[in-house]
Design a protein around this ligand. Structure first.
Ligand SMILES: *[C@@H]1O[C@H](CO)[C@@H](O)[C@H](O)[C@H]1NC(C)=O
Ligand SMILES: *[C@@H]1O[C@H](CO)[C@@H](O)[C@H](O)[C@H]1NC(C)=O
Ligand SMILES: *[C@@H]1O[C@H](CO)[C@@H](O)[C@H](O)[C@H]1NC(C)=O
Length: 376
């Protein structure tokens, strides 16, 4: 059954995207890392893990790595499909959220969906959209938070979902699409980076938001979040197994996602109360595969808030941490996409890491939809 998301309850005809929720069973496998890391169950375990993670000169991923092993499983993925009133779009956008959120990041209900990327894509630009809770997060299946829920298996999930969507074999979506766009936010961008590298001709365009290839600034995100065991955070404890970790306070969410003066303080409260946990296995594989030259052949956009903390240290315009001459830290990625049909870097003035949720989201969306208009 379709449910209509009507933005304004006035008599005037308004675009009202049609969305419905899906549960998609998938069987996947991936070559995962095997980490010799005990479950993080106490506050001290979590704090020590992050102090370790940010220590210069130590590769924490390598420190705990004992080898690789193929992990296979049957999982249920919670997803939402949306299309315009009048029928499916020609192009499907497949949207992958980052750490701290679920798929609602793309269609944020706060303030009558005023921040919704999906509303803009479907109602204003005629796309169909597919958002999914990443494997291990939100309403999707959970798993062992160290050796199962890792970037590798989540890339396998995105690959399987994309393949099913292209074949038209997702139960509940009666449409075939002629074009595909993959977009991610943050960790979802890292997953998208790996997907388009392994499947260089699948998508006509890809968009990496809240992303750069500069690894120097993750410490601000890792420590700034003040992560705790999920079982110690009442609003999330029931939703996740022990061993997951989460950001317990508005201060942590603020540091990680919101730039000064670019957000509604009540939205910060909402984002904190509705936050989602992460798996340590995700943290240890967060940047896996993103340092290599990408084989992607479609059109590529990277769009990041100038004041993004994890990917720009709070100033994408400051290039003192990189070698070579680039106008900003986002343009630095251009040489990583030698096969792309086009490459565009966009820095959003005043924007933070949670690009869709700042006042500046309009600028970000303009940049994205201008790019899609000229690329598709
Ligand atoms: C850290 O170690 C992992 C596992 O050995 C490796 O894949 C990764 O490339 C290393 N990272 C860096 C920055 O050297
Ligand atoms: C939300 O969107 C509506 C309709 O465009 C607008 O009238 C309202 O001012 C917006 N609210 C905020 C807080 O931006
Ligand atoms: C960011 O870096 C640029 C280039 O170095 C500099 O001009 C600008 O003042 C910096 N912004 C802030 C807020 O410090």
């Amino acid at each position: 059954m379709f449910k209509s998301v009507t933005l304004v309850a006035f008599a005037t005809a308004v675009a009202a995207r049609k969305c419905h929720d899906l549960t998609i069973p998938i069987s996947i496998s991936a070559r995962n890392a095997v980490f010799d890391l005990p479950a993080l169950v106490s506050e001290l375990d979590v704090t020590n893990f992050f102090l370790d993670f940010v220590r210069p000169g130590v590769n924490t991923t390598d420190k705990y790595l004992t080898g690789y092993k193929t992990v296979s499983g049957h999982y249920n993925i919670a997803a939402t499909y949306c299309q315009p009133d009048h029928g499916p779009g020609e192009t499907l956008q497949i949207l992958t959220h980052g750490v701290g959120f679920d798929r609602s990041y793309w269609d944020y209900p706060y303030d009558y969906y005023n921040y919704s990327y999906v509303a803009e894509a479907v109602d204003e630009h005629g796309f169909s959209t597919f958002t999914w809770d990443r494997l291990g997060v939100g309403a999707s299946s959970k798993g062992n938070p160290i050796n199962e829920i890792q970037q590798f298996l989540e890339v396998a999930a995105l690959t399987e979902l994309s393949t099913l969507l292209r074949k038209g074999s997702v139960k509940g979506i009666n449409a075939k699409f002629s074009k595909f766009v993959h977009a991610g936010h943050s960790f979802g961008s890292a997953i998208t980076y790996n997907f388009v590298n392994a499947n260089p001709t699948f998508s006509d365009a890809a968009i990496l938001t809240g992303f750069s290839q500069n690894p120097n600034f993750l410490a601000g995100f890792a420590l700034g979040g003040n992560f705790k065991p999920v079982k110690e955070v009442p609003c999330q404890a029931a939703k996740y197994p022990a061993g997951y970790i989460t950001v317990p306070s508005g201060t942590g969410v603020n540091i990680q996602f919101f730039a000064p003066h670019d957000f509604d303080p009540k939205l910060l409260t909402y984002a904190t109360e509705n936050g989602q946990a992460a798996a340590p296995g995700e943290i240890l594989t967060i940047g896996a595969g993103t340092g290599v030259v990408n084989a992607f052949k479609g059109h590529l956009l990277i769009v990041t808030g100038n004041e993004d903390v994890p990917f720009c240290g709070g100033n994408c315009s400051d290039t003192t941490t990189i070698q070579g001459t680039f106008p900003d830290l986002i343009s630095f990625s251009k040489p990583f996409f030698p096969h792309a049909s086009s490459f565009k870097a966009s820095v959003i003035p005043g924007g933070g890491h949670g690009l869709n949720l700042g006042y500046s989201h309009k600028l970000a969306y303009n940049s994205i939809f201008d790019f899609l208009k000229s690329s598709l």
